[in-house]
Design a protein around this ligand. Structure first.
Ligand SMILES: *[C@@H]1O[C@H](CO)[C@@H](O)[C@H](O)[C@H]1NC(C)=O
Ligand SMILES: *[C@@H]1O[C@H](CO)[C@@H](O)[C@H](O)[C@H]1NC(C)=O
Ligand SMILES: *[C@@H]1O[C@H](CO)[C@@H](O)[C@H](O)[C@H]1NC(C)=O
Ligand SMILES: *[C@@H]1O[C@H](CO)[C@@H](O)[C@H](O)[C@H]1NC(C)=O
Ligand SMILES: *[C@@H]1O[C@H](CO)[C@@H](O)[C@H](O)[C@H]1NC(C)=O
Length: 283
């Protein structure tokens, strides 16, 4: 009877300690505003707030792959999880664990915040394509550009491009327009070149963006820089109308000055001639 009583008290104490430990953990703030940002498969998780007196550990849960821990006991509020998302077609969820210290890590399940689901293949943003060269000749505008690279490598150590991952799902869109006009035309390609027919007496400007037509969201990527061709540039195009106006104004000023000066000189000459005549007249 007495022994049973002692056992019961021990149990109670244990339960109390357990509650206390759990309460200790529960008091830790959990992360809020957990966001994925991912470009060309480089993926960073970010959250709030800055921890004080505790740490964060990120757990990546896939559907089929094992749970992976990243940024273990970090005091940062972001974590590069690119390495943990190699299986790009899988859908992942991240848990941001709030952890007191290294010792408490295995004691019990720490409180955590969950991220939204993230599927790299469907959601990573397509970065800007890099334009390599372009020419406008014989009414053809030719453009050569490169696929953006991902942080993932082949076994031989060279970086995989987004084409190596998206394969036939990847397309590029070209937007082009006559310089100084606003009517945009577009073209698409599955290769790394565009060849389009243009009016050779005009300069053209253009930019390119990658696109995955099969996606439902984040279908189009970031725009490349804008480039403009410069065939058949006249002096007016090169220097602009302002320079001509300035030259004209100066020319008019010079001519006016010349006329005014010659008129004054002419009058003086006449006056002098008149004065020289006067004495003769006087005699
Ligand atoms: C979370 O995001 C909301 C809305 O963007 C913002 O008002 C809030 O301050 C953020 N929380 C923290 C802790 O930064
Ligand atoms: C782009 O450069 C490559 C090699 O530098 C060249 O072979 C190709 O003809 C160029 N293309 C254009 C459109 O200028
Ligand atoms: C590495 O391998 C990939 C695919 O197998 C190939 O496309 C690439 O050219 C290779 N790179 C080098 C530097 O050999
Ligand atoms: C990814 O996108 C494809 C095509 O839109 C869709 O069939 C698939 O269900 C998406 N996967 C996820 C996990 O959302
Ligand atoms: C990606 O798509 C989602 C859903 O439409 C949208 O909220 C988000 O802003 C898009 N991201 C970018 C960078 O366009």
């Amino acid at each position: 009877m007495l022994r049973a009583h002692a056992g019961f008290r021990a149990l109670l104490l244990g339960a109390l300690l357990w509650r206390l430990a759990a309460a200790g953990n529960l008091e830790l703030p959990t992360a809020v505003n957990v966001t994925w940002s991912s470009i060309n498969f480089k993926t960073i998780l970010q959250w709030q707030p800055k921890p004080s007196g505790y740490f964060y550990t990120v757990e990546i849960h896939g559907q089929t792959s094992d749970t992976q821990k990243k940024c273990i006991l970090t005091t940062e509020t972001e974590c590069d999880v690119t390495d943990a998302l190699r299986n790009v077609k899988e859908t992942y969820t991240a848990h941001i664990l709030s952890v007191q210290s290294a010792g408490m890590d295995n004691f019990e399940e720490p409180p955590f915040a969950s991220s939204e689901k993230f599927t790299p293949y469907n959601q990573t943003i397509l970065g800007k394509p890099e334009i390599q060269n372009y020419t406008q000749k014989d009414s053809k505008l030719n453009i050569v550009f490169q696929d953006p690279l991902t942080p993932y490598m082949f076994l031989n150590g060279s970086f995989q491009s987004i084409r190596d991952i998206f394969k036939h799902d990847l397309e590029y869109k070209l937007y082009y327009w006559k310089d100084q006009s606003s009517g945009k035309k577009e073209a698409t390609t599955k290769s790394n070149t565009f060849e389009i027919s243009v009016d050779n007496t005009n300069n053209y400007c253009f930019y390119i963006e990658a696109t995955i037509p099969s996606r439902r969201e984040n279908r189009t990527g970031q725009e490349s820089m804008v480039f403009c061709t410069s065939v058949g540039r006249t002096i007016l195009d090169e220097y602009g109308a302002e320079v001509f106006i300035i030259i004209a104004v100066i020319a008019i000023a010079v001519i006016t000055l010349a006329i005014v000066l010659s008129v004054i000189l002419c009058k003086r000459k006449k006056a002098k001639a008149a004065r020289e005549k006067e004495p003769l007249n006087g005699i």
